[in-house]
Design a protein around this ligand. Structure first.
Ligand SMILES: Cc1cc2nc3c(=O)[nH]c(=O)nc-3n(C[C@H](O)[C@H](O)[C@H](O)COP(=O)(O)O)c2cc1C
Length: 182
């Protein structure tokens, strides 16, 4: 896939199945994630990969967080299975750093760019991916379970795998409709 096609046809793939990215595909995806604009070269991100039994571990962390939050039984059962919506889930977290010229927002934006780049990279390989967040991205219990400090921010759970269905290509949104000249 060339760059123009990628940029103008990229879309998310919510319905994913096996196989997960191969080792070389995963390297490509992670390298794309680390290639994004990064003010001050802080690399203010961490990519935490769950696949195989890692998906169970992530599900257990979600269950703990939902339970601590007083969620209903039905939601707790759903939480356990959430990571299994794909054969791989990459959690992207901001590694917050104190810097005189790079506020936290910029570090979170960089981590967001990394998430987007990995989503695009998966798509360019003919794989599929979808960026999700939800309450678990803002949960101290999830942070603890993933070994993140309390002030570190999860910016996304990137679900990655093989498209389960041949989804139609979404129509282009003409960018001009969001633009104006000053
Ligand atoms: C920061 C962020 C968080 C998101 N969280 C969710 C989410 O929790 N659940 C969801 O279904 N989509 C979520 N989305 C949207 C999807 O990733 C996707 O962009 C959307 O479904 C539109 O599909 P498209 O990428 O094919 O245009 C999120 C997107 C962003 C940028």
């Amino acid at each position: 896939m060339d760059a123009s096609e990628l940029l103008l046809t990229r879309q998310s793939t919510p319905r994913l199945t096996q196989p997960a990215p191969s080792e070389s595909q995963l390297d490509f995806i992670l390298n794309a994630g680390a290639r994004v604009p990064d003010h001050g070269a802080l690399t203010p991100w961490e990519f935490i990969i769950a696949t195989g039994d890692g998906l169970n571990k992530l599900g257990d962390i979600f269950v703990k967080a939902a339970t601590a939050n007083g969620a209903e039984e039905a939601f707790i059962a759903k939480a356990k299975n959430m990571p299994h919506r794909a054969p791989m889930v990459i959690t992207i977290a901001t590694k917050n750093q104190q810097h005189p010229k790079v506020p936290l927002l910029e570090q979170q934006l960089a981590a967001g760019c990394a998430t987007m780049a990995m989503q695009q990279a998966a798509f360019s390989l003919g794989l599929g991916a979808v960026w999700r967040t939800g309450d678990f991205a803002f949960s101290a219990v999830v942070n603890e379970g993933l070994g993140l400090a309390e002030d570190e921010q999860i910016v996304g759970f990137l679900y990655v795998g093989t498209p389960a269905v041949n989804a139609p290509v979404k129509p282009l949104k003409p960018g001009r409709q969001f633009a104006r000249f000053l």
